[in-house]
Design a protein around this ligand. Structure first.
Ligand SMILES: *[C@@H]1O[C@H](CO)[C@@H](O)[C@H](O)[C@H]1NC(C)=O
Ligand SMILES: *[C@@H]1O[C@H](CO)[C@@H](O)[C@H](O)[C@H]1NC(C)=O
Ligand SMILES: *[C@@H]1O[C@H](CO)[C@@H](O)[C@H](O)[C@H]1NC(C)=O
Length: 405
């Protein structure tokens, strides 16, 4: 072939790629144009990574990685790393992304994760698409529910990790059947989670909805979460977290903690949970800390919550222990202060609807309760409030009063 023909063919091929990648839009990076097959069987990880790299290294416009609708992509564990060249990068999931359904695939990979974004600023994950962790294989071998199974596993992949992100958002996506936590946020500053739907069975082990750790300035709104563990759990080194219009159930509720397990200096403050509704959950608004912990949890507001047959609607457990009675009383504790409970209605499935169980050595201070009406979910049954080493003020609280001055 002479050189002119070769140049002609290369020109044709490259203009063809440019045309098909762009669909007329040079900012668009469709995974199908990078070799993804989308038949739900072929491993499309590599195509996803190549599309990401191309988008992330684009220097102008707002690049958008496109996962097209009506298509199912099988993706192995991958990490999309930043920083990217542009201030904003869109990752639009319109189709379905599924994980390998066999845990054995992870033998060569980090078992704690499936999909992850790391070190990206201005990441916009949006879509109407679905992220399906196909976790059943993991649940069936989990030590939590199958402690006698040889080779049972404690650690299973998180479906989506958002690591070291700045000014990012996650919206309109549906998550289902994660092997473990659905969404983990760690080391992020500025993240909006909106209109996310998370659905996994109530008996799936450790499948937290959203877990937040070492992050600040987070907003979670308009989301519906049902899983086998906490709907939202707020871990250590977190501040300025605003949660509103969240529906939780089944699940373990919205939980601050557990904190201080390793005896570390806990720093959690400015947490607001408003307009949330709990259906058939084990807890509603929970704060749990280990006695060996130090540090603080302060300035927490729970407002306008509705409980529908919840086991422990309002609970502080400052003596948290994974095995009941196995933790000895300590002289340390995480200081819990300035917690506001305001405007709550609903039903409890247990007798103690309000259970503020603080430690003798580091009592809870500045607790405020106002306008709370809780009753039993069974006709004629009474509910009670218990406050141990919990100090503060209350008005209009039923059952009550129980706080100490
Ligand atoms: C990126 O996402 C934002 C927010 O959803 C949207 O307004 C914008 O149109 C998207 N840009 C591109 C190029 O898709
Ligand atoms: C996030 O912002 C902080 C402070 O503005 C900066 O130090 C850090 O490098 C940023 N992270 C990323 C992933 O861009
Ligand atoms: C309070 O916590 C202690 C220590 O874990 C536990 O023994 C006790 O039963 C708890 N009380 C209530 C009312 O839950």
């Amino acid at each position: 072939m002479d050189i002119f023909a070769l140049v002609f063919i290369i020109g044709l091929v490259s203009s063809n790629i440019a045309w098909s990648n762009a669909e007329g839009n040079p900012d668009s990076f469709n995974v199908l144009d990078y070799g993804a097959v989308g038949d739900g069987n072929t491993d499309d990880s590599k195509a996803f990574l190549v599309a990401w790299k191309a988008a992330c290294s684009a220097e102008t416009g707002t690049p958008e990685v496109v996962i097209p609708e009506e298509t199912t992509f099988l993706v192995y564990p991958i990490i999309f790393t930043g920083p990217c060249m542009t201030d904003t990068i869109n990752f639009t999931i319109s189709g379905t992304i599924i994980a390998p359904n066999s845990p054995s695939v992870w033998e060569k990979h980090d078992a704690s994760q499936w999909l992850a974004f790391s070190g990206v600023t201005g990441l916009i994950v949006d879509g109407m698409g679905m992220i399906d962790g196909q976790g059943k294989g993991w649940w069936d071998q989990s030590c939590k529910y199958h402690p006698d199974l040889e080779g049972c596993t404690k650690l299973a992949p998180t479906s989506l990790k958002l690591l070291s992100c700045n000014e990012s958002s996650l919206s309109n996506i549906r998550f289902t059947n994660s092997p473990q936590t659905h969404v983990l946020v760690r080391g992020c500053n500025g993240l909006k989670v909106d209109n996310v739907l998370i659905q996994s069975p109530g008996n799936s082990p450790n499948t937290d909805g959203v877990h937040i750790h070492a992050s600040r300035n987070l907003v979670i709104t308009n989301s519906k979460i049902g899983s086998g563990d906490d709907c939202i759990s707020i871990g250590d080194y977190t501040s300025n977290i605003y949660i509103a219009h969240v529906e939780c159930g089944p699940g373990h509720g919205i939980s601050i903690g557990s904190l201080g397990k390793g005896g570390n200096f806990v720093q959690v403050e400015n947490i607001e949970v408003r307009n949330a509704c709990f259906k058939g959950t084990t807890n509603g608004a929970r704060i749990k800390t280990w006695q060996v912990g130090k540090g603080f949890v302060r300035k927490v507001t729970f407002e306008n919550l509705e409980f529908n047959s919840v086991k422990n609607p309002l609970i502080i457990d400052q003596n948290y222990c994974n095995i009941r009675g196995a933790c000895k009383e300590q002289s340390t504790g995480v200081q819990i202060s300035n917690v506001i409970y305001k405007g709550m209605v609903g039903t409890s499935t247990t007798e103690i609807a309000i259970n503020l169980n603080c430690s003798r050595s580091v009592p809870c201070h500045g607790i405020s309760m106002e306008s709370i009406q809780l009753k039993s979910d069974r006709d004629g049954k009474e509910v009670t409030a218990t406050c141990i080493h919990a100090h503060g003020q209350e008005t209009g609280v039923v059952p009550g009063p129980c706080l100490h001055d």
